[in-house]
Design a protein around this ligand. Structure first.
Ligand SMILES: [Cu+2]
Length: 152
């Protein structure tokens, strides 16, 4: 019975995420479908993913990749009538909640890319959490306009 439940849960997950989706797990934190948008030379990269925290309150503290000289955590919000990006020190991951990094909202910004990101490429990205520790996930590079956020 338990095996069947697990199987059904896995199947439901596979269906939800679709064919090219992927996910990672670190302790109680699930990292859903990390992706980045293709870039042109000299442009910084934006990376997005979903963080589902099934454990105690935690925080995403930083990210890094060998592909870029720096990775920052950014927020994006309207200030007056202008959309502005800001670097933030950390991203809070409250217990039992899902936080989505997505175009137009919280995101990871990759500066000093050694080469432009090309659609179809994959690269490793290391995420560091206050309590859960570190995990390296694989980021899929998708077309420049890619958006997997649930708010279309
Ligand atoms: Cu940014």
């Amino acid at each position: 019975m338990n095996n069947l439940k697990t199987l059904l849960a896995a199947l439901a997950l596979a269906l939800t995420f679709g064919a090219n989706a992927h996910e990672f797990k670190l302790g109680d934190i699930r990292i859903g479908h990390p992706y980045a948008r293709a870039t042109v030379a000299g442009q910084p990269g934006g990376a997005f993913l979903k963080l589902e925290n099934g454990g105690a309150d935690d925080k995403l503290l930083s990210a890094s990749t060998e592909l870029a000289t720096g990775a920052e955590l950014h927020s994006m919000a309207m200030e007056g009538d202008v959309m502005r990006m800001r670097q933030v020190d950390s991203i809070a991951l409250p217990s039992g909640k899902t936080v989505e990094l997505k175009p137009g909202g919280l995101h990871l910004m990759l500066f000093g890319l050694k080469a432009p990101l090309k659609s179809g490429d994959k690269f490793p990205l290391t995420l560091r959490f206050e309590k859960a520790g570190e995990v390296t996930v694989t980021v899929n590079v998708e077309a420049a306009g890619a958006d997997h956020s649930t708010h279309h």
